[in-house]
Ligand binder design. Structure first.
Ligand code: PLP
Length: 375
């Protein structure tokens, strides 16, 4: 099997699975209980918090566990906007965010906020001057992702934070780093950062939100006061422990891993030289994601042809593949290319040999599929 769909999810690392199993079989307490069993559970959770924080390069006291990247994004966008609405009801984002961000801004619109959706160019990049112009004294929040999940386009977040703060020092900046965590160094100056466990070799259904000191976020859930009241509810302890174990391992040697993955990606990029009418969609910034259109062949058809060879890819992000009427990001960048787009996404263990194998499989399928699918 060749798995090139790591932006959708990753296989759980053996050390993360082991840590979860040991936690589930040995630690029976509720982290909020006052007795020794509760304290042991709390200790396991705090160890995991330390590990995730270290991998993010932040302080553990600023980490709040959530049910995943989606909840971290919902909380960051809606919770921060609500916390500061007395200062102003203007918020800014951009058009190629993950739906967990975009739909949070749609919700803010319904609540009466004035939302600016910044455009991107054909590479998926935002003009920093356009961003700066969109911020005024009433803007309370900007949310811009670091690595785009469909195209791998990256934004210069640290420069963007500086530009935004230069315009309005009180404006908060949130960055969705779900596709960047453990792959790229995270921005050091964002006020809020979202990450997710299942993109880095941890279990599904757990994530974290980093909130800088001095940034207020209103809680969207109500209950027993866990996670400082921001995310009440008994914690997913085994999931959190698995997340901590995965973060510790996956955050090591990121530069070396990125170089290896660049070589994997380069093999697939050769397809643009070998086959006619093959295009790269968006900027090829992150080595971990490659989105290509093979004109004349529907992405879904190529995906299933490759699947028959035990090769796994994606036509778009896993979340938007379920939202039939959503415009694909590729179509926003290059209209007409979305239907024939296929996303290859890698992890540190993928090899050049696997890429050569996938390239040969594509070379085998495309001429035949093009014959049968009229343009
Ligand atoms: C950029 C980005 N943000 C947020 C999410 C949502 O994360 P989760 O699946 O943990 O809810 C994803 C998942 O695909 C993503 O790629």
């Amino acid at each position: 099997m060749i798995y090139f769909d790591n932006a959708s999810t990753t296989a759980v690392l053996p050390s993360a699975a082991k840590a979860m199993y040991e936690n589930m079989t040995n630690i029976i307490g509720n982290p909020s209980s006052l007795h020794t069993l509760g304290l042991r559970a709390e200790q396991a959770m705090n160890d995991a918090r330390e590990r995730v924080a270290r991998a993010m390069g932040v302080n553990a006291k600023n980490i709040y566990f959530t049910s995943g990247g989606t909840e971290a994004n919902n909380t960051a966008v809606i919770g921060t906007a609500l916390a500061y609405k007395s200062r102003g009801m203007r918020v800014v984002t951009q058009v190629t965010e993950h739906p967990s961000v975009t739909d949070s801004f749609r919700h803010l619109e319904e609540l009466g906020f004035d939302v600016t959706y910044l455009p991107v160019d054909e590479f998926g990049h935002i003009n920093i001057k356009t961003l700066e112009n969109a911020v005024d004294e009433k803007t309370v929040l900007v949310s811009i992702m670091y690595v785009n999940n469909e195209t791998g386009a990256m934004q210069p977040i640290e420069d963007m934070v500086k530009a935004v703060k230069g315009k309005n020092k009180n404006c908060r900046f949130h960055c969705d780093c779900v596709q960047a965590f453990c792959k790229h160094k995270l921005p050091s100056n964002a006020d809020l950062i979202s990450v997710s466990s299942h993109k880095i070799g941890g279990p599904k259904g757990v994530g974290a939100l980093y909130i800088a000191d001095g940034t207020r976020v209103e809680n969207l859930h109500f209950g027993g006061g866990q996670e400082n009241g921001l995310r009440p509810g008994t914690e997913n302890l085994a999931g959190i422990v698995g997340f901590g174990a995965a973060a510790e391992i996956s955050s090591q040697n990121i530069a070396e891993k990125a170089e290896n993955v660049s070589n994997v990606k380069a093999e697939l990029l050769k397809l643009t030289e070998i086959l006619p009418d093959v295009y790269v969609n968006g900027a090829c910034d992150s080595p971990y994601i490659l989105n290509m259109s093979f004109l004349g062949v529907r992405g879904e058809v190529l995906l299933h042809a490759l699947e028959a060879d035990d090769i796994y890819t994606a036509t778009s992000s896993a979340c938007s593949s379920k939202q039939k009427n959503k415009l694909k990001i590729v179509d926003l960048l290059n209209e007409g290319r979305g239907e024939s787009a296929l996303r290859f996404s890698f992890n540190a263990d993928n090899t050049v040999e696997e890429a050569v194998c996938v390239r040969n499989a594509v070379l085998k399928h495309i001429p035949m599929l093009r014959k049968f699918q009229p343009r």
